[in-house]
Design a protein. Structure first.
Length: 354
């Protein structure tokens, strides 16, 4: 792994990284912002919308599960084939999968069709990255970024994503509240948000098509190793396998509480309206952005592994405490405190080296 990834960015380096991005880099930042805005936009109302269609808890759980399973399988195939198919083509294809899923979800209440769209399309019930975008986009951005600016650029790449997710959450809450206040039935108000998600996917496809050929993978000599050919793994396959087990366990636990279900729980437990839900997750994702920037400094002081362990443990304790809170303000406070810790090592290439 490139040693420049482990360098600690300073504030001047962060600013320089943003100012020094070339055209492709700026376009890739734009798609990151659009995508994370869309994910935050949808996650706040997704379960509210499905419940408004008359679906029961078991069906909603099945749809969310198949959404994540389908995203995983399609993403694995697309990302491991991206260098052969073409990175830009994969990113455009993923964008159209977002469009298709959004249109189907917004256009029908027939469960089998929704399940098909959930499995094949790209929908984020978590408000976080899903689909083939992250791995391919980061590989492309690495080629569009000078080595000395790479760590700082990716720090801002993460921050831009969190801020965009926060803005999407707030926007969805406010728009839904305005539509409900105008007398629109709740399911129709939420349907507008789902259509908006499809429009975000369309905008992403347009921007990805404008990215230049310089982000495509360089030509490499043919490799006979079957595992490397299928999965893109080389000498690091042992480390990748062990880290994959660890992160799979972490993601399995996180699957119990995706952002869309948390929003629905706040709605059922405390009667939180869409505007308040949007505000809650706006604040949560802004705190996640701040914690992302602090990760490098914390890791420099206590080490990479310690940073992951000593932030995940208290963040999980705080998550356990959220449903035990007797009032809405206390539940919000504990959730926000949890978000100041839970995202410190997420999407951080320097921490993931551990």
């Amino acid at each position: 792994m490139n040693q420049s990834v482990s360098r600690q960015p300073n504030d001047a380096g962060l600013r320089a990284s943003l100012m020094g991005l070339d055209r492709d880099g700026r376009l890739l930042f734009t798609t990151r912002v659009l995508r994370m805005f869309g994910y935050g936009f949808l996650a706040v109302v997704l379960v509210l919308y499905l419940a408004g269609l008359g679906l029961d808890g078991l069906t909603i759980g099945l749809i969310l599960t198949l959404t994540l399973v389908g995203d995983t399988l399609i993403s694995l195939w697309l990302t491991t084939s991206a260098d052969r198919i073409g990175r830009r083509r994969v990113l455009v294809a993923g964008s159209f999968l977002m469009v298709a899923a959004g249109i189907v979800f917004a256009s029908t209440s027939w469960v089998p069709l929704i399940i098909v769209a959930a499995t094949i399309g790209v929908i984020s019930p978590t408000g976080n990255e899903v689909g083939p975008f992250l791995a391919v986009e980061q590989a492309a951005l690495s080629q569009a970024t000078p080595d000395k600016r790479r760590t700082a650029t990716f720090a801002w790449y993460n921050v831009a994503g969190y801020v965009a997710t926060a803005t999407g959450s707030l926007s969805a809450g406010l728009i839904s509240q305005v539509l409900l206040g105008a007398g629109l039935p709740s399911v129709d108000a939420y349907r507008v948000i789902v259509f908006g998600y499809a429009l975000v996917g369309l905008a992403m496809a347009y921007v990805f098509r404008r990215v230049g050929p310089g982000v495509e993978a360089p030509l490499m000599p043919a490799v006979d190793d079957g595992i490397r050919r299928r999965l893109g793994l080389g000498r690091s396959k042992g480390i990748v396998a062990r880290l994959s087990i660890l992160f799979s366990l972490d993601s399995f636990a996180g699957g119990f509480v995706p952002q869309s279900l948390m929003a629905y729980w706040f709605h059922l437990k405390f009667g939180a309206d869409p505007a308040l839900l949007g505000a809650i997750f706006f604040g949560a994702n802004l705190l996640a952005a701040v914690s992302s920037l602090s990760a490098s400094r914390i890791a420099a002081r206590i080490g990479l592994v310690n940073t992951m362990v000593f932030t995940h443990l208290p963040s999980n304790v705080l998550l356990i405490l959220v449903p035990l809170m007797p009032s809405l303000p206390l539940a919000i406070a504990v959730l926000l405190l949890r978000f100041t810790l839970s995202q410190i090592d997420d999407d951080r290439p320097d921490l993931r080296q551990a």
